[in-house]
Design a binder for this molecule. Sequence first.
Ligand SMILES: [Zn+2]
Length: 283
Amino acid sequence: MNQITYNYYPGGKTKALTMSFDDGRIFDRDLIKMFNKYGIKGTFHLISSRLGSDGYVKSEEIKELYAGHEISLHTHTHPTIAYMPKRQIDYEITENKRILERIAGREICGLSYPMGSFGDNVTGVMKNAGMLYGRTTISTGTFALPKSFYEWHPTIHYSRGTQRWSKNLVISRSLLTEKANEFAEYFDWQRNMPLMQVWGHSYELDDNDDWDVMESFCKYISTINTVWFATNIEVADYVNTLKQLRFTQECDMVYNPTAIDVWIGVNDKPVKIPGGERVELEG
Ligand SMILES: [Zn+2]
């Protein structure tokens, strides 16, 4: 019988990177320029009630600005959402969804939790609203895919990190660069599809004068050819598609009922299973 494993991303790549940025401030413009320069994709979580207000992106620019990246929810007014009645949680999500979808001209099924606030009550509302993931603000430092996409903990906040003293010199360490090195060298013995998810706010890059940190990270990571540069929803869709594959008892054939192409390991080699197709797997 064939040994089937789920350990590949599109194109047979073995790792994935997502960049998840909150609030929709005007510095998204510079961040997107940088991402575009290095072929990196971003996911941008926008607050609908603040569009066009001081320091925030304008409705009119959204469609063009975020083209090629993911527009995602961050609620309508940015409350501590887990501490509200369900009908208000519902309003915060569905109003955010309605407004942004109208502007973006497409469906939006992702969200990052405002104030990092999440819980079972929020998840229940999200599922009813057709949402597919919720990103938290809990940095795990790991490259594991989430157990549940509704509690999707990122790997690391982008920040420059701590400064340390060394022989009278202050050395600024970029934790992001260190984590990128770790990711590049990461050997995934569990074969469980490592993902690095970086989160933050574009205004922090400006406030802390950290654009160089981000640029050196983007430049470095863009050269690693085992990495799939994806948006959050693309990763969620891909992983959800793997779970929908239908195998014969002997695993000599598989059917992909979705419209998304996936790659699976067949006896340790990547094999493409195109969307909507039935593929014979050589034993
Ligand atoms: Zn926020």
